[in-house]
Design a binder for this molecule. Structure first.
Ligand code: XMP
Length: 517
């Protein structure tokens, strides 16, 4: 396994994804995790990430001493290269000429890292790499024992290596897709230099997770809040395989789900897979508690609390439950570790199905805790879940409650469900579903005038939203073809009673959030 020390770059998670894609298990730890943590992890290799700071600033981050004492290969990326240079006796200087974006790097000196990895060969027979560069500071003198392994016309030391100690570093970012040979470079490091095999495959991930769940729960009983979303669905399938009848799922139908969603969840899990699922039909309860409430944060709190109440009531009816399973995934773990130190503003109080209160004092079972979303999806398919469900767009915990602006009513939820369903059908039919990250309809309670035949209509508006994003922190609105929008608009106005007009949301995030509330 590989340890990645995070110096705070925006793209550190991508390093972990690259290493995992190479079939090697890795974890991220903050740069200041300390010597003991590094030693205890016992990595076969260490990667030092990029970061926003300047190594030339007093008190700037450094790798723990254990990194250099363990005798394992180390790869420094960007800031990681600079701190490696500083800590081992080289020099780094700030430079007027900053470099961001595309660059072409010449590989030099036949290093084990870059040998035969190239995009082009120049007239003199040197390998050239197309890379993505982002730095202000630069290494100006190599530490003793190091040689230069890459350069650009502007940057003499774009890469360095001490092959005796197996220390390598590059100033560019091999983890981003703009560096076309990035994956090859990580594979070279983890396989050839660190000697890690390709043990992290979906089959092994499943076997390993099953063995760990069995060891943890023994003959105990496990409760899972099943939402129908990707993560809890994969947990259900995995636990069903691991412990079969010891698992009971509770599915809360809030009445704020998409068209036929509750039935589809029951059909798949209870009927097809044979999982024990209790469906709590709580539509009336949610709608009555939401009645007349139009403030978004108040609505979110009501939905979150009602969810917990219903879930606890159902759980209370079960006897001798020992464990509570949750679909926590690795980015949640990283994020909450980061959130402890961060001072981020609360934009929305997120409610996650499965985020349950501390007083439910059961031991947690979190079999996806170390997995990235793409890994969760891959094992979901391998566990026999339909592709369509595993590759579904995310759906927020509060559901249609945050897509019906203002007060929620049964009639508006029904209207929205139908409109949303038409939008999804057309996105799938046109092949745009998989080209967008999230798409949905929103119910606007403003009325607008329309005309059908000779009649006047005065009815609410439906907004359509489709975005493209990698991390949901920022997003672009999707440039859907006019023809597609046209079909959606016609179908919605014609097929859904009570809609006079359809609009398309062309706001990016920021400044707009993805959901409207
Ligand atoms: P925003 O609207 O903040 O959404 O740009 C970013 C992503 O988070 C989802 N979202 C939620 N997910 N519980 C969830 O589980 C919530 O309360 C919640 N609110 C927003 C949203 O759908 C988008 O994918």
């Amino acid at each position: 396994k590989i340890l990645i020390l995070d110096f705070g770059s925006q793209v550190t998670q991508l390093i972990a994804r690259r290493v995992r894609e190479a079939g090697v298990y890795c974890e991220l730890m903050p740069w200041d995790c300390g010597d003991d943590a590094v030693r205890e992890f016992a990595p076969k290799g260490i990667i030092l990430s990029g970061g926003p700071e300047s190594t030339t600033a007093a008190g700037s981050p450094r790798a723990p001493q254990a990194v250099w004492d363990l005798g394992v290969p180390v790869l420094g990326i960007c800031y990681g290269m600079q701190t490696m240079a500083m800590q081992l006796g080289g020099t780094v200087e700030a430079h007027d000429q900053k470099e961001f974006g595309y660059a072409q790097v010449r590989a030099r000196g036949h290093s084990a890292l870059l040998k035969d990895i190239q995009d082009h060969v120049n007239a003199e027979g040197h390998g050239l790499l197309d890379v993505w560069m982002s730095h202000g500071d630069r290494v100006t003198a190599l530490p003793a024992g190091f040689k230069c392994i890459a350069s650009t016309p502007d940057l003499p030391f774009a890469g360095m290596a001490d092959e005796a100690r197996r220390y390598y570093a590059v100033q560019f970012h091999p983890e981003v897709t703009h560096t076309t040979q990035g994956q090859a470079l990580y594979e070279r490091f983890v396989h050839d230099i660190c000697g890690c095999g390709r043990a992290w495959t979906s089959g092994n991930i499943i076997d390993d997770a099953i063995a760990r769940v069995r060891a943890q729960v023994g003959t105990g009983k496990v409760l899972l809040g099943l939402s129908g979303g990707v993560d809890s669905s994969v947990v259900a399938a995995l636990l069903h395989k691991a412990i079969g009848p010891q698992l009971t799922c509770v599915f809360v139908d809030t009445g704020l789900l998409r068209l036929h969603e509750g039935d589809a969840v029951m059909e798949l899990f209870a009927n097809n897979l044979g999982v024990k699922v209790i469906r709590a039909n709580a539509e009336e309860r949610f709608l009555s508690q939401l009645e007349g409430v139009s403030d978004p944060e108040a609505k979110r709190k009501i939905i979150g609390k009602a969810f917990i109440d219903v879930f606890e009531e159902e759980a209370g009816k079960l006897k001798d439950v020992d464990f509570l399973a949750q679909g926590t995934i690795y980015p949640d773990v990283i994020e909450s570790a980061g959130a402890k130190t961060g001072k981020a503003h609360v934009i929305k109080s997120h409610h996650n199905v499965g985020g349950l209160p501390a007083h439910m004092r059961m031991q947690l079972v979190e079999p996806l805790r170390e997995l990235f979303k793409d890994e969760v999806r891959t094992i979901g398919v391998e566990l026999g879940l339909p592709r369509e469900m595993v590759y579904r767009h995310p759906f927020p915990g509060p559901g249609l409650g945050v897509r019906i602006l203002g007060a929620v009513t049964k009639a508006s939820a029904d209207t929205l469900r139908k409109a949303d369903h038409i939008f999804m059908e057309e996105l799938r039919r046109s092949g745009w579903y998989d080209k967008t990250s999230q798409a949905f309809a929103v119910f606007l309670p403003v009325k607008s005038v329309g005309v059908t035949g000779d009649g006047r209509r005065y009815e609410p508006v439906i907004a359509l939203r489709a975005v493209q994003t990698i991390d949901f922190m920022t997003a672009h609105w999707a440039h859907l073809p006019y023809d597609l929008l046209d079909v959606c608009s016609r179908r919605i106005v014609n097929e859904v009673a009570g809609v006079s007009r359809v609009v398309y949301d062309i706001s990016g995030k920021p400044p707009a959030t993805i959901e409207w509330e």
